[in-house]
Design a protein around this ligand. Sequence first.
Ligand code: F6P
Length: 373
Amino acid sequence: MSKTIGILTSGGDCPGLNAAIRGVCRAGQEAHDMRFLGFRDGFRGLVMDRTMELEPRMMSGILTLGGTILGTSRDKPHRMPMGGDVLDMTDAAVETFRKHHLDALVCIGGGGTLKNAVRLKKAGLPVVTMPKTIDNDVAGTDVTFGFDTALGIATEAIDRLHSTAMSHSRVIVVEIMGHRAGWLALGAGLAGGADVILVPEIPYDLDRVADALMDRKRRGKHFSILAVAEGAMSQAQAKEVRRIEEDKAEAGSKKGKKEAVLKLQAFYEQHVNHTLELTRALERKTGLESRLTILGHLQRGGTPSAADRLLATRLGTACAALLDEGISGVMVAARGEGVAAVPLEEVAGRTRVVPLDHPWVTAARQLGTCLGD
Ligand code: F6P
C-alpha cells in the first residue's frame, strides 16, 4: 500500500525551500508511489489542520521559485499563541497526524524546527527533517540550503557598495544576517574583499577596528567596507552575555533562571541597533564619514542559486528514499557529495558556529583583513 507523507516548512524562509519540497514530493511520487499532504504556515498548519494536497502537477514550475508554496511561521507546537493565550498544542498536532493516517512527517527547517521535531518524535510521531537556513548554522550537516544564494546576494551588495564608498571616500558598514553564527558575513566579506569583517564568534575591540580604518587611510586608501554580522558584538558585550548565561546556568531557582532569560532577551532586543551604534562610534573615533547599509530580508528573497537547487534536490530525493525505507527520527544531512541520516537528538539544540581555525578565518587573517580582535 502506498504511503501518505505530511510535509511542512518552518522558521524563516530561504531560497531553495520549494526545490526541497519538489525534491521530496516528485521523487516520492515518481519513484515510490507516495502521496503528499502539505501543512500551511509551519507547525501552525499541523496543529490547526490546515492542509494542501500536493498533487504531482503542483511540482511543476516551483524549482526556481523563492519562498515556500506552503507558507512558513516560527510557531512551536508546544508554545503556540492561540486566541490571546500561549498553549501547548502538541496533542492537536498528533491528532492531525493520526486523522490523516500519515506514515511520516517531513519538517524542512533550521535549529528551531529541529527542536520542535524532537518534541514531536517524543510524542510518538515519525519525523524526518531537512536543514535549511541562510545562516548555515545547523549542526551535523556540511551546509544548509539557502546559504549559497544569500552568500551571492550579500557578496554582490558588497561589490556594489565598493563603488559608492570609493566615489565618496566613505566608510560603509554593511549589516549581514546571522545572529549566532558569522558564516554569511565572513563568506561574503571574504568574497567581496571587505576590509573589516566582524562575526559573533570573534568579539571585537572598537579601538582596533578604528585603527584598521585609520591605517588604511594612512596607506592612501580613502574608503573602507566593513562586513558585520547581525550578531557581532564587542568584547564588553560578549562578556556581559557570558555573565548572564553563567547566571542562568547557575540559578538555583526557577525565578533566578527566568530573570536571567529576561536579561538576555533585553540584551538582544537592544542589540538590534548595534550596527548603527557601531557606525556612529567609528565616525566619532576616526572622523571618517560613515554610512550603514542593512541588507535584511533581501538576503532571503528570490530565486535560489544553482548550488542551492542542487543541494535541496539532493537532500529531498534522499529524504524520499529514507521515507520509503521507513526510516524516521533523523535529519537528512549533506556530507561531502553524499547524504547522511543523523539522529535528531544529536543535532537539536546545537548551533554550528564558525570554528576559529576555519580556513576562511585563516585566509582573512593572512590577507590582513581586520577581524576586530
Ligand atoms: O532565518 C534566519 C534569519 O534570517 C536570521 O539570519 C535572522 O536573524 C532572522 O532569520 C530574522 O528573522 P525574521 O524573519 O523573523 O525577522
